[in-house]
Design a protein around this ligand. Structure first.
Ligand code: ATP
Ligand code: MG
Ligand code: MG
Ligand code: MG
Length: 474
């Protein structure tokens, strides 16, 4: 079953259960200052959960564009290393706003996954977790759905801190949250990793496919939990993970969408196609995040969301360089992406030229310094050094446009340490110098009246005027 078909089945199933099909919202959460990106399907419904907004429906279903590359939910460092994490991914979700609660949520999820009429997954491959003290959810799974007790794991506040556990889901540091129950798929004993709740649960044998959150609280800045006006349901299932299960492959990168992107990445970097090459996986993942971010009006810059975008583009470009591609390649993957995802997300097609222009421009900028930066880095490590010093990391950042996470990515790959504290000291000194310089400037009463710029070394400019114009023209 192709990813597109799976997405459609999910929407159809919940529509048949009285859910309104709602379109994905932008990756940029409307006016919500508490999070940088849409990290889950519930983000566009936050105010509905809180009782501040009323909709014409009390049940909704979506396939939501999500990005986890900063803040509380950040999977950037997992990409290329695990079978299951992306920066950009699609979350399938059903929602109840004070309508049904635990019993229906659990039985809908089970029906969709296991009924031969829908996905027909083998029941013995599934395992579930519940919040440690949630006897109600345990009993529904066990007594009503018929999942054997040894396939239900209680996971709770085991880390001492309140709600630090995995089975209490929260959108951010504040906002809607609640206990949850998760469904895992066992990809088989040949893959390393233990069941949820075991010491080696982080392996990729048992992969979490679906989280059902019982939204019951709103957490405020002080950490106090206030009950929501009505108990609600918020669920999220990664389309890529579900596709892997249904396409009988282990990793998300072996699914239809990703095979197409990996092949395109191999073509543009000039290496043989291979699903095991981490750099190809990173590039295939990052082209999605970057293209969708530009489609949602983010442009590379030196701060906020734009800086997250810049960092992701530069990481991808550096992985291309690692594969031996020293020329421009990343923006050339946009048409391949539009070909595989453009039907579901027409903005990829409509804004294709703008996306290509923005990515190409950023690639051009970084191309000017990448090679010299890499040489500097190699030189600093000469003689088999086991740690990259903070001063070099800072120079790479300030002069060669290497964001610190990119340098950390290289160090991790080479199995050497990075003196991040040293880097931070250099950065703080630089900021201090900047403050002093600005003080002097004010004394001299000189005011800058040009376009907005941001200092990041000698070769950086902020958003290029040409790209910006193109982008404004729409
Ligand atoms: P994991 O423990 O595997 O990191 P999670 O518990 O952080 O996942 P949730 O916040 O519960 O994930 O999100 C709901 C669902 O979204 C998950 O069950 C999974 O199917 C999917 N998902 C979460 N993070 C990612 C990601 N980075 N890439 C792809 N799918 C994801
Ligand atoms: Mg996670
Ligand atoms: Mg999890
Ligand atoms: Mg989860």
């Amino acid at each position: 079953m192709k990813s597109a078909e799976i997405r459609q089945k999910f929407l159809d199933f919940f529509a048949s259960k009285g859910h309104s099909v709602v379109a994905s919202s932008s990756l940029i959460p409307g006016s919500d200052p508490t999070i940088m990106f849409t990290v889950a399907g519930m983000v566009q419904f936050k105010d509905v959960f809180l009782g501040n907004e009323k909709r014409a429906y009390t049940r909704a279903v979506t396939s939501q564009k999500c990005l986890r590359a900063g803040g509380k939910h950040n999977d950037l460092e997992n990409v290329g290393y695990t079978a299951r994490h992306h920066t950009f991914f699609e979350m399938l979700g059903n929602f109840s706003f004070g309508d049904y609660f635990k019993r229906d949520a659990i039985s809908y999820a089970w029906e969709f996954l296991t009924s031969p009429q829908w996905l027909g997954l083998p029941k013995d491959k599934l395992m579930v977790t519940v919040y440690a003290s949630d006897d109600e959810a345990f009993d529904i799974w066990n007594k009503e759905v018929g999942v054997p007790a040894d396939k239900i794991v209680r996971i709770g506040d085991n880390k001492g801190a309140p709600y630090a556990s995995d089975n209490f889901w929260a959108m951010g540091d504040t906002g809607p949250c609640g206990p949850c129950t998760e469904i895992f798929y066992d990809h088989g004993p040949e893959i390393p990793g233990g069941p949820p709740g075991s010491p080696d649960e982080d392996g990729d044998r048992y992969i979490e496919i679906w989280n059902n959150v019982f939204m019951q609280f709103n957490r405020d800045e002080s950490g106090t939990m206030h009950p929501l006006p009505k108990p609600s349901v918020d669920t999220g299932m990664g389309l890529e993970r579900l596709s892997a299960v249904l396409q009988h492959v282990h990793t998300n990168y072996e699914t239809d969408t990703f095979v197409a992107l990996l092949k395109a990445a191999a073509r543009e970097t000039g290496v043989p196609y291979n699903q095991e090459t981490p750099s190809l996986k990173v590039i295939a993942d990052h082209i999605r995040a970057c293209a969708f971010l530009v489609a949602d009006d983010v442009l590379p810059s030196n701060e906020g969301r734009g800086y997250v975008l810049r960092r992701i583009i530069r990481r991808a470009v550096r992985h291309g360089y690692k594969l031996g591609q020293k020329g421009m390649f990343f923006h050339k993957l946009v048409p391949d992406l539009a070909a595989v995802m453009g039907d579901a997300y027409p903005e990829l097609v409509a804004k294709q030229d703008r996306i290509i222009a923005a990515l190409k421009h950023e690639e051009e900028q970084f191309a000017r310094t990448l090679e010299t930066g890499m040489n500097l880095l190699d030189k600093a490590l000469e003689g088999g050094k086991q740690q990259l010093d903070g001063k070099t990391a800072f120079t790479l950042h300030s002069t060669y446009g290497f964001p610190i996470d990119l340098t950390a990515d290289i160090c991790r790959e080479r199995n050497i340490a990075l003196d991040e504290a040293g880097y931070q000291r250099e950065l703080a000194d630089e900021q201090e110098r900047g403050r002093k310089d600005r003080g002097n400037t004010q004394l001299a009463n000189v005011e800058y009246e040009g376009a907005d710029t941001c200092f990041e070394g000698y070769v950086e400019v902020s958003v290029d005027a040409k790209v910006l114009a193109l982008y404004k023209e729409g």
